[in-house]
Design a protein around this ligand. Structure first.
Ligand code: ADP
Ligand code: MG
Length: 278
């Protein structure tokens, strides 16, 4: 079976003959997956995101979204509606004076019947827990709330995939958690998620990780597989999640913490287990 996103040997340079921002990248995303693209600044993540929804065309290779090639102009609107994008800065994505208008904004360009809009807007805001803010001014919301409204704007278009490009990078820890929890819920409801980030803790919560460096995918695997190789990550100037480092150090001291600790919840589980055995 083919994936909902199929990327094959994609290359892209911003200038002809210039450095490749995306260099021979291939991967598949299956429908319903929650995939992270992890990499430090300049590794090519945003360029890849723009190739995925047809904002950029590959210099070579192919990008297929639900079987549609981004190189085929007749599919471009269908592709953008299928794969919505949420960006880093919520303030650049909200333009209206009322939350409901912002959610309506994308819909107005997609040919959805006017009478269908209020229902779509309401259910999109409900899906991100922002229905009570429908008549509020977006600029008065917190960063996390603004991103949830931006997500609602994408949801109203009924996408199958949402690509998040560092969507929590400008938020405080509470806002980051609030947005990530919302996205996990959307994934459980069946939306395919591509989560682009430089935060290890977030990547650790995804089901599959592709690590980018210098425009290439240099590592792929489950979070346990990726974070097991601390040295490879250090070479890529990425950090191992703090809880994994703590678990490794405790193990080195002879404390039998399980090898799969990546997140705070995992450590809580292990500490409880060890405490119960005393
Ligand atoms: P990331 O999102 O991982 O930080 P980017 O995809 O933004 O990485 O950048 C990948 C490479 O492409 C970097 O070397 C960056 O300097 C270059 N780049 C990004 N945007 C542009 C642009 N608009 N024009 C020229 N070069 C760019
Ligand atoms: Mg970027």
């Amino acid at each position: 079976m083919s994936g909902i996103i199929e990327v094959q040997n994609v290359r892209y340079a911003y200038e002809e003959g210039g450095a490749l921002a995306v260099n021979d990248v291939s991967f598949t995303v299956e429908e319903g997956e929650f995939t992270a693209i992890l990499g430090r600044n300049g590794s090519g993540k945003s360029t890849l995101a723009k190739l995925l929804n047809g904002l950029y065309q590959p210099d070579s290779g192919t990008v297929l979204v639900r079987g549609m090639s981004t190189a085929d102009e007749t599919h471009i609107w269908d592709i953008r509606q299928t794969a919505g994008m949420v960006f880093q800065n919520p303030d650049n994505q909200l333009v209206a004076t009322m939350v409901r208008e912002d959610v309506a904004f994308g819909l107005e360009n997609t040919g959805v019947a006017t009478e269908e809009m209020p229902g779509r807007i309401e259910s999109a805001l409900r899906a991100v827990g922002m229905e009570a803010f429908m008549d509020r001014a977006p600029h008065l919301l917190s960063g996390g709330q603004k991103q949830r409204v931006a997500i609602a704007g994408i949801l109203a278009m009924r996408p199958r995939i949402i690509i998040f490009d560092e969507a929590t990078a400008m938020l405080d820890p509470a806002g980051r958690r609030e947005v990530f929890d919302t996205v996990e819920r959307l994934n459980r409801e069946g939306i395919t998620i591509l989560w682009i980030t430089h935060f290890m803790e977030e990547a650790a919560r995804c089901r599959r990780i592709h690590v980018m460096d210098g425009g290439r995918i240099v590592l792929s695997g489950t979070p346990s597989e990726i974070f097991a190789d601390a040295e490879a990550l250090r070479d890529l100037r990425l950090d191992v999640p703090a809880m994994k480092q703590l678990a490794d150090r405790l193990q080195a001291q002879g404390i039998p913490v399980s090898g799969d600790v990546l997140q705070v919840e995992d450590m809580v589980r292990e500490v409880k287990r060890l405490a119960a055995a005393i």
